[in-house]
Structures are given as structure tokens and as C-alpha cells.
Design a protein around this ligand. Structure first.
Ligand code: PEP
Length: 257
């Protein structure tokens, strides 16, 4: 049985004080004792340390929104895997559609980051997803195949234990348009079959595949209730403690049902 995983991508939002306050509210709302759901927040880099001091010792894990593949040197503006580990991150989001489509990152570039993050000891949330034009041209499966092959190029079966996939249709990110539960399930099923082909059925069964794209409390239960949806990567709704907590609560309820 795969554990639900709810991750919040705060993107380039909040102030230091607001990030600390949001983390404080999330930590306070986590159920006491063992939680049946994994929870992570990914603040902007300057707020990793202050948020780490709030989440330390809690069930809320700390993630970064990106990492570079070199370990040190003349790479202005970049942040290494070692630096992220040093400030308390356990995971990193890689290949987010905004990095691919706003900043022009390729599958190959994403693959190098995935390889470096895993080698350095960070778990990876690898994002994949098609543009609206690609969906309309019925290219969704081939786009996902290409992004998976590039992102996981040098990732072996063992390293896959530390990889989570996030299916994020680009047309649903920050737009208020959510993939229907059927559309999400069909893409997740395709991704799981891809994992079975590339690795084996064990890797396919155990790898968590999150859905991302305008997840909110009103649609969380239905999306999370799909057989191949193992959690959510949440943008906008992760910036409000009550909304994010309601999504976590939906997962907790499904985990117990
Ligand atoms: C995201 O940024 O990964 C995302 C899914 O954003 P939103 O929930 O705002 O669509």
C-alpha cells in the first residue's frame, strides 16, 4: 500500500514572516503521533532556513524547488544539493513545468539534476506533464514518455526508491482548470506502465505518482481517490494553511477508509 504524499510548492511567494507563520500553522495542525500521510513544504530558497527551524522535529518535511547538478563553483544564482542538505532539506522538486517552460530547461538538463540530487542524498519529486496544445494533438503519452526517459536516464532500480513522480498537466497549473479524475487516472496509469516497462512491476507498484494542477479542498478527495493517484503537488492552495490542511485531511480520511 503506497502512503499518500501531499507536497506544497510555495514557488516565489510569501515573505519570511509569512513563510514562518504558514509553517507554524501546518506543524500545529499535523495529527499527533504517526501520520498516515507524508507532508512536505517547499519554500523559496531564502526561506528554507527559517522554515527549517519551524518544521524541525515535526512530521512536515522540507523540500527545495530546484537544485543544480554541480556541487560547487562559478554557477551564479544556483544552489547545490549539498547546500540544500545543509539547511535541512530532504527532498527537491525537479523538472517543474515553470522551469521547463519559463526557464527553458530540457529533459537532459533535468536528468542531470535528478542524477546529482539522488547521488547527493536528496529524494526527488520529478515533475512531468503536457501542454494544452500537446494534449489537443493527442501527444500526452509521448510527451510523458520523453520526459520520463530524460529525467530518469541515469536512475537505476535501487535509486527509484527515492523518486516520486508528479504528473502536472501544464494547462491545469495555476489556471483553476483541474484535470478530471479520469484524465488524471489515465495519465497516472500510463506513467505506472512506463515504470513497469523501464524497470519492473515492483518499482511500478511502489513508486508514488502525485497529481498537480489546481488541487483544492473541493476536488482533492475525488482526485486522491483514483487508484493510481498517490498524493498531490499543490501550488496556490498550499499558501493558505486552512486550504492545505483540508487537502491533507482528505488524504488522511482516504488512508483510513
Ligand atoms: C504547481 O505549481 O506544481 C501547481 C500544481 O500549482 P497549482 O496548484 O497552483 O495549480
Amino acid at each position: 500500500m503506497r502512503r499518500y504524499f501531499i507536497a506544497g510548492n510555495w514557488k516565489m511567494n510569501l515573505t519570511r514572516a509569512a513563510a514562518e507563520a504558514l509553517a507554524t500553522d501546518l506543524v500545529a495542525a499535523m495529527p499527533a503521533g504517526d501520520s498516515p500521510v507524508d507532508v512536505l513544504v517547499a519554500p523559496a530558497s531564502p526561506y528554507l532556513l527559517p522554515v527549517a527551524s519551524v518544521t524541525a522535529g515535526s512530521h512536515v518535511e522540507l523540500g527545495a524547488q530546484d537544485a543544480y547538478f554541480e556541487s560547487a563553483g562559478a554557477f551564479t544564482g544556483e544552489v547545490s544539493v549539498e547546500m540544500l542538505l545543509d539547511v535541512g532539506c530532504t527532498q527537491v522538486i525537479l523538472g517543474h513545468s515553470e522551469r521547463r517552460h519559463v526557464l527553458g530547461e530540457t529533459d537532459e538538463f533535468t536528468g542531470k539534476k535528478v542524477e546529482a540530487a539522488l547521488a547527493g542524498g536528496l529524494k526527488v519529486i520529478l515533475c512531468v506533464g503536457e501542454l494544452l496544445s500537446e494534449r489537443e494533438a493527442e501527444e500526452t503519452d509521448s510527451v510523458l514518455d520523453r520526459q520520463m526517459a530524460g529525467g530518469l536516464k541515469n536512475v537505476d532500480e535501487r535509486a527509484m526508491e527515492n523518486v516520486v513522480i508528479a504528473y502536472e498537466p501544464v494547462w491545469a497549473i495555476g489556471t483553476g482548470k483541474t484535470a478530471s479524475p479520469d484524465q488524471a487516472e489515465s495519465a497516472h496509469d500510463h506513467l505506472r506502465k512506463w515504470l513497469a516497462n523501464r524497470y519492473n512491476s515492483e518499482v511500478a507498484d511502489r513508486t508514488r505518482i502525485l497529481y498537480g494542477g489546481s488541487v483544492k479542498p473541493e476536488n482533492a478527495s475525488e482526485l486522491l481517490g483514483q487508484p493510481n493517484v498517490d498524493g498531490a503537488l499543490v501550488g496556490g492552495a498550499s499558501l493558505k494553511a486552512d486550504l492545505f490542511n483540508a487537502i491533507i485531511e482528505a488524504a488522511v480520511e482516504l488512508a483510513g477508509s
